[in-house]
Design a protein around this ligand. Structure first.
Ligand SMILES: [Zn+2]
Length: 163
């Protein structure tokens, strides 16, 4: 899926990237707030990206221009938002780090061994983990740390909702 998200959707942007989706967040562009809607619509149109937004006016403008668009509720419930997106595109959102993108920059993640990350992550992290991933663009290193448990809980909730 190729997606473009409005500036209010930072959290879901990071989630969708982890799920391997190619997501542009308008906050990554150096533009003024007045230009934001125009640029969002242009990029969505030019790059055939699905627009996700919380802004009902922007959503309506997109629909008028025949741009595929998903209107998300004002909620911080990630499981609910993931469900809405997967239902809208009739697909599943699955998180597999071997197929993920960097939550920070949208670069592709690549699996790396212990020896590669030695010296690049804290010692206790190296001891406790066998699997690591590195962003090919910004170089950030990921592992299934304590945050992973929380993510897994959210994913379980999403799968329950999806039924
Ligand atoms: Zn990155």
């Amino acid at each position: 899926m190729k997606i473009i998200a409005d500036g209010m959707l930072g959290k879901i942007t990071r989630w969708l990237r982890l799920a391997g989706e190619d997501v542009i967040n308008i906050n990554d562009y150096p533009i003024s707030p007045e230009e934001e809607d125009e640029v969002l619509l242009n990029i969505a149109e030019e790059q055939s990206r699905i627009l996700i937004t919380r802004d009902v006016n922007l959503y309506r403008r997109a629909v008028k221009k025949d741009i595929e668009s998903i209107l998300l509720e004002e909620t911080d419930d990630i499981a609910k938002q993931l469900l809405k997106i997967s239902e809208s595109v009739d697909g599943d959102v699955e998180i597999d780090l071997n197929n993920s993108r960097c939550p920070v920059c949208n670069g592709k993640l690549k699996a790396k061994g212990k020896s590669f990350v030695s010296g690049k992550v804290p010692k206790n992290v190296l001891e406790k983990n066998d699997k690591f991933w590195r962003c090919e663009d910004c170089g950030k290193i990921y592992w299934q740390g304590s945050h992973w448990k929380k993510m897994a809980e959210t994913l379980e909730k999403y799968e329950d909702l999806r039924g």
